[in-house]
Design a protein around this ligand. Sequence first.
Ligand code: S3P
Length: 170
Amino acid sequence: MTAGRHVVLVGMMGSGKSTVGRLVAERLGWPFVDSDEQVEARTGRTVREIFEDEGEATYRRYESDALAAALSREEPTVVAAAGGTVLDAGNRRLMREAGTVVWLAADPAVLATRVGSGDHRPLLASAPEEVLRRLHAERRALYESVAHHVVDVGGPRPDEVAESVLGLVP
Ligand code: S3P
């Protein structure tokens, strides 16, 4: 494994990891990998289906496997790590070692205006803002501990956030 060369974006659902990640990858001329897309490609099922049929714990295992695969790519890659990846200490260690970890941070009220009800966000099926507040309170310290840098995404547009992230790439 070639450690330390990737750009890893972490943060809550709705923080713009995929949108910003694609922009950053485009600008660097690097590939972009989204851990949830990898889970869906590897299992042939949506995150929602996995949650419903096999439960969250099983999904978290698929998530860790997909993240590890993304981080072990030879080629420098921009990786969007799904919101819950920080819950696992092994994931956090791998991310820190794999490259520059950037937390895209915003208030849950802002995130709530941005999240869609897509098939990969079963946790937001009801009372999304309340759920985001609870998850944010539970995870905030984990995002802080894993990230080398924090970028505020509460105000700026995705292209402006991407610009800030690019400024952090060594
Ligand atoms: C989750 C975030 C989602 C997806 C799943 C659970 C979470 O990914 O993995 O719905 O626990 O925060 P995004 O952060 O890409 O939306």
